[in-house]
Write a protein that binds this ligand. Structure first.
Ligand code: PMP
Length: 407
């Protein structure tokens, strides 16, 4: 079973109550973005209705409240990922900006000519392109850990790929396109044995199971609020304090300084050094509300539901003739990527949409991974804590309809 009252959790997400195209909405695209519980919507409204002001500057009561709300949100994030120190939590726009921040600071400082950055074949474009840019600028080389036929990381290749030239291992915790879960702890141990720091793309992991950055031991961890059932425009970069303190600033501007003269600027302390300009206060408040919501359900329960529904969906999809699952790694989360014989994924998505079923089709911002499996695109159904076996049944019914249309 799901480990919590699924009907009650589902009722907390108002968007799911609607009919689309004359049918109850079936939302199976949470890997793209998550829906928002009422608690998040309320927290954002409350912030703008009662507390809104700019942070860290005013002497007045509203500025004090806004600053308090923003810094409380930072503490909520710290607790959620089990960071040691609240200063290790930097607010950014999302996973993409978090990775670009590390590329612009750590990458610029530490990656030089002839060096290497190691990523994997299952990365989202946002954990490929910033490193290509760093390598191009530095004259360094991007190296890639391959994946096997099931979509699991080829752990047997890692030792040889971590060399004395490797400056960083940047790798996803969970593949957005396949759901594969990577053994981060083991990878960190291998990298740290060679003094190589590790950045983890956590965009698809924090939504599915408990994450403890101290236990993982990684140096950086990045994720987006909007996938975690919070608002868009807010995300988090976790970095170990000593690492963050050793890095040059990212963007220049207000709030990231202690003093400025025309000759010289003294940069602010961590984390403010990396947060130039007015931050997304309401976004941080909304993200904190999403985290509190998830804590109330319990991330262990969220994980149990994910594995339960994934098993159900995997079996149900296998009953559809001509359907081929891509991504069958032994350790995976609720992502079902597939192709349907003789039907273009885009047509699968379009016909399902007519049935009120939302899935994603395309390359999922992971074109090299698609190439690895010899496809240009897949159809992807992705699960979240509000999805039910009925959602999966509707998908299977919809896919059988697709087959009829193309028969
Ligand atoms: N990494 C992974 C694994 C993702 O799934 C995504 C979002 N699809 C990103 C990075 C980028 O996240 P965002 O667009 O929120 O910055």
């Amino acid at each position: 079973g799901p480990g919590f009252d699924l009907a009650r959790v589902r009722a907390d997400f108002p968007i799911l109550r609607q009919e689309v195209r004359g049918r109850p909405l079936v939302y199976l695209d949470s890997a793209a973005t998550g829906q928002k519980p009422q608690a998040v919507l309320d927290a954002i409204t409350r912030y703008y209705t009662h507390d809104n002001a700019n942070v860290h500057r005013g002497v007045h009561i509203l500025s004090e409240r806004a600053t308090q709300a923003f810094e409380d949100a930072r503490e909520t994030v710290r607790r959620f990922i089990h960071a040691k120190d609240v200063r290790e939590v930097i607010f950014v726009r999302g996973t993409t900006e978090a990775i670009n921040l590390v590329a612009a600071t750590y990458g610029r400082k530490h990656v030089g000519p002839g060096d290497e950055v190691l990523i994997s074949a299952m990365e989202h474009h946002s954990n490929i392109v910033p490193w290509q840019m760093v390598c191009d600028a530095a004259g360094a080389k991007l190296r890639v850990i391959p994946v096997d036929e099931s979509g699991a990381l080829r752990m047997d290749t890692v030792d040889a790929l971590l060399t004395e030239k490797t400056r960083l291992l940047a790798i996803t915790h969970v593949s957005n396109a396949l759901g594969s879960v990577n053994p981060i702890k083991e990878l960190v141990a291998k990298a740290h044995a060679r003094n190589i720091p590790v950045l983890v793309d956590g965009a698809q992991s924090v939504t599915h199971f408990p994450v403890d950055v101290q236990d993982l031991g990684c140096d950086f961890y990045a994720f987006s609020g909007h996938k975690l059932f919070g608002p868009t425009g807010i995300g988090v970069l976790y970095g170990k304090l000593a690492m963050l303190e050793s890095l040059p600033p990212y963007q220049g501007g207000g709030d990231m300084i202690l003093s400025v003269t025309m000759e010289k600027t003294v940069y602010n302390r961590v984390p403010h050094r990396f947060e130039a300009g007015t931050p997304d206060m309401a976004g941080a408040v909304g993200l904190a509300a999403a985290i509190r919501y998830l804590e109330s359900v319990g991330m262990q329960n969220v994980s149990q539901h994910d594995q339960w529904l994934l098993a159900y969906a995997t079996q149900a999809l296998q009953s559809v003739p001509g359907l081929k699952l891509i991504g069958t790694a032994p350790h995976k989360t609720g992502v079902l990527s597939f192709t349907l014989e003789d039907v273009h994924p885009h047509d699968v998505g379009t016909i399902l949409d007519q049935e009120g079923i939302c899935i994603r089709t395309g390359h999922h911002c992971a074109q090299p991974l698609m190439q690895r499996f010899g496809v240009a695109a897949t159809a992807r159904a992705s699960l979240a804590l509000y999805n039910t076996p009925e959602d999966v049944d509707a998908l299977v019914k919809g896919l059988n309809k697709v087959r009829e249309v193309f028969a």
